[in-house]
Design a protein around this ligand. Structure first.
Ligand code: NAD
Length: 376
């Protein structure tokens, strides 16, 4: 028995359900019982796939690692052995489109440099696979639109790799905003950054591959914090850029600050950097404050409030929770916590920030529907 068949009997993917029509009853019953575990193919086996996503897929309840797509031949055998992946479910970037014929793969998870997100997400959708696309969603808003359109046309689900939405500290902060636990929020601030000083040839410093610097890499977390921390989309932004190591950051932004206005009157501020470690969300409200620090790493996060309470949850892999939430969206029509429109909204804000910097800090108007980009 080929290993692919073995895998699909163990955990038949949804795209394999049609096969049950002509199967003997006992076999079909067996498949139906097991079909709820969806097969995931990781595209790009770099550090995030290797150290976070693949290990998390050992623990997920509703999906499992069924395939890989890699440009590095040597990784094929290592991953096949470690994760029991069938030879039939190993692809490279050129033969990737034939994944359409593989019933074991239900979800394609794109974990490549940012410039490759749109191409592979669109190809995955055309292959009839559900798509998770890593953050930042794409290089620009136009590419985000192309991904959203391709997924709609193919009638497949689309999620963005914003893992924090499945994470309990972040969910608690969302509730503070929704329930006005500390009254109306008046000021919100979020920082997201780390010191980058190694390998000057890494793709994150190459604008043609990354699309930008700290802002697209870490700044999207700070933008996200402001939005889920208030429960509102911003109505304007002004931004500034700072550079202290131009020889290292030849093409990409090093540090950016930006100030936001919200319709309710909240004022927001973000700082994102590839030159400073920063990881915090703080909200000052009518009747107190709440804070997450750290707010956006792989956890455990930590939270405190003006009531003196320490927010505390048992730690679980954020990636495990995120991938299971997406699988539940497909299997049980559970809410999509991170729709494509959320990635697009953030890219609209990223573009407005770069425009403001190019126009020496000029205010840019943002015109979103109140709930545009919010997960269900
Ligand atoms: P990485 O550099 O570790 O891995 C990139 C992978 O892409 C490698 O396997 C590499 O071989 C492959 N690749 C294909 N073509 C390439 C090219 N032209 N140049 C460079 N690499 C190429 O990167 P990573 O940290 O795994 O990040 C991948 C994606 O995941 C990025 O979009 C990043 O923003 C995202 N990410 C998200 C999180 C999160 O918490 N959600 C964390 C880390 C990374």
């Amino acid at each position: 028995m080929k290993r692919r068949k073995f895998n699909s009997t163990l955990a038949l993917g949804v795209s394999g359900v049609a096969l049950t029509a002509n199967m003997p009853l006992a076999c079909a019953m067996n498949s139906n019982q097991n079909k709820k575990k969806l097969g995931v193919a990781l595209v790009g086996l770099g550090s995030y796939s290797t150290y976070q996503l693949a290990p998390a897929l050992f623990d997920t309840a509703h999906c499992y690692l069924a395939g890989i797509v890699t440009g590095t031949k040597e990784k094929e055998e290592v991953w096949a052995n470690k994760y029991n992946i069938s030879q039939d479910s190993i692809y490279n970037y050129d033969d990737f489109d034939s994944i359409k014929d593989n019933p074991d793969i239900d979800i394609v998870y794109v974990v490549l440099p940012n410039s490759m997100h749109a191409d592979f997400s669109i190809r995955a959708a055309r292959a009839g696979k559900h798509v998770i696309c890593e953050k930042p969603m794409a290089m620009n808003v136009e590419e985000c639109d192309a991904i959203i359109t391709a997924c709609k046309k193919a009638n497949v689900k689309l999620g963005i790799g914003y893992r924090l939405h499945s994470e309990p500290y972040t969910q608690k902060v969302k509730r503070f905003a929704k329930e006005k636990t500390f009254g109306n929020i008046r000021y919100i601030s979020a920082d997201a950054g780390y010191y980058s000083g190694s390998n000057p040839n890494q793709w994150r410093l190459d604008k043609s591959l990354s699309g930008g610097g700290a802002l697209v890499n870490m700044g999207v977390y700070a933008i996200q914090s402001l939005i889920y921390g208030t429960g509102e989309n911003p109505i304007s932004v002004k931004a500034q850029e700072f550079s202290t190591r131009p020889k290292y950051f030849k093409e990409t932004d090093e540090t950016i600050t930006a100030q936001f206005e919200f319709k309710s009157g909240v004022v927001g501020n973000i700082m994102t950097s590839h030159n400073a470690n920063a990881n915090r969300l703080y909200a000052s409200c009518e009747k107190g404050w709440f804070e997450l620090n750290p707010a956006n790493n792989y956890g455990p996060l930590q939270g405190t409030t003006s009531k003196g309470e320490k927010i505390s949850f048992p730690h679980e892999s954020q990636q495990k929770l995120q991938m299971d939430d997406f699988a539940k969206h497909i299997l049980f029509d559970a809410p999509n916590l991170v729709p494509g429109e959320m990635g697009k909204r953030d890219m609209i804000i990223v573009e407005a920030i770069y425009k403001s910097i190019a126009e020496e800090g000029k205010k840019q108007v943002l015109d979103f529907e109140p709930r545009y980009g919010f997960g269900e």
